[in-house]
Design a protein around this ligand. Structure first.
Ligand code: KG4
Ligand code: ZN
Length: 352
């Protein structure tokens, strides 16, 4: 089963081809990130316009890289939610048109589930990927840490899961991005904070961990605490405007704030994962989403996890088409209903 996956939920126009949900034949990602940097975040209209420009060349490149043709492609998978409405529309309309004109089955995919299924890619002939040839065993605990989602899910088998908890406000990646903005570090904030933190002391400042439900998360209080800390560090009151903080904080203060924030953000995740390990005794744990690229989180998780911990290659942590092509393959394998190419709609607020 050769599936072509299309992912356009945010600022990446991504197309990939994956066989049987595990064997990655191509993976092309065109990002409009550089166009958003000066705004400090993704501008939805710019992202949507970039998808229109990039989608056809990206499709062509993915087919070329896989050395395949439309005749050999068995199905088309596409992210229909969650994500930015205008961005999702381009991918969904492209996939619907292709499904009709090329006469292929259409599979609607949940973006967050796709991040988890990036962990099931176990083979590729493409260079530059470190693929773990590991079959995740069930029950499997999925730890989703991305720019839009933070949640824990327990899988009893493929595609059969229950959500244990989720963030009540900001996602962890969003917190990284917002704290980076407070410190004047470039977008996207995750890698910037991680880099700054290397030069700082994670114990320099005491920041709060949110108290929420057993498996739920909250990051908005932590973000506010960082803002207050930054204002305090330069001897200003809480009404000092945040946009003027970067010019007043020195490099040492920025590094220490970044490191202290990162430590608490990471511990917020690992504390809950520990509780879930004790309660559910999972046979494997998978880490998914853009923040899975964070080395501090990876390192800390490795110290607390008693079973195999599976983390995709960094290039498969952030948004990509391979995770959607992989998920599409597993949905077909597990006989999930197909999408109707004449009616499949976007679902910007789709949850898992
Ligand atoms: O999964 P993703 O590509 O998009 C969503 O589905 O949301 O995640 C993007 C998020 C951004 O918030 C970005 O700052 C964060 O992942 N991120 C990181 C790192 N690399 C990307 N966060 C922390 N450390 C990193 N190294
Ligand atoms: Zn994502």
């Amino acid at each position: 089963m050769r599936v072509l996956g299309i992912e356009t939920s945010c600022d990446e126009t991504a197309v990939a081809i994956v066989d049987d949900g595990i064997d990655m034949k191509s993976n092309i990602v065109a990002s409009s990130m550089r166009l958003h940097v000066k705004y400090g975040g993704v501008v939805p209209e710019i992202a949507a316009r970039s998808h229109i420009e990039a989608i056809i060349p990206t499709l062509q490149e993915a087919i070329e890289q896989a050395r395949t043709s439309w005749e050999e492609i068995d199905a088309i998978a596409v992210t229909y939610g969650a994500g930015l409405g205008g961005s999702l529309l381009i991918g969904v309309l492209t996939a619907r048109t292709l499904a009709i004109t090329k006469n292929k089955p259409l599979i609607g995919c949940n973006h967050v589930l796709g991040h988890i299924y990036a962990n099931f890619i176990r083979k590729t002939d493409l260079g530059n990927y470190k693929i773990v040839d590991h079959n995740p065993e069930f029950p499997m605990l999925a730890v989703v840490v991305s720019g839009g989602h933070t949640q824990l899910a327990l899988f009893e088998s493929h595609l059969k899961y229950r959500l244990l908890g989720r963030t009540q406000d900001d996602a962890i990646g969003e917190a990284f991005d917002k704290v980076a903005k407070i410190l004047g570090l470039p977008y996207p904030g995750g890698p910037s904070i991680a880099e700054a933190a290397l030069k700082g002391d994670g114990q320099a400042f005491k920041l709060p961990k949110a108290r929420v439900g057993k498996y739920d998360f909250s990051f908005s209080g932590l973000k506010t605490a960082v803002l207050r800390l930054a204002q305090e560090q330069i001897g200003e009151s809480f009404d000092f405007p945040s946009y003027r903080l970067p010019e007043r904080l020195n490099e040492g203060q920025k590094a220490n704030i970044a490191a202290s924030f990162q430590r608490i953000a990471v511990e917020t995740i690992t504390d809950k994962v520990s509780v879930a390990i004790d309660e559910f005794n999972p046979k494997s744990i998978v880490l998914a989403g853009g923040v899975a690229a964070n080395m501090a989180l990876r390192t800390k998780l490795k110290t607390i996890v008693p079973c195999p911990l599976i983390i995709p290659d960094i290039k498969l942590c952030t948004d990509n088409g391979a995770m959607i092509a992989a998920l599409g393959g597993w949905q077909i394998k597990n006989h999930l209903p197909l999408a109707d190419p004449y009616t499949l709609d976007i679902a910007p607020n789709l949850t898992m």
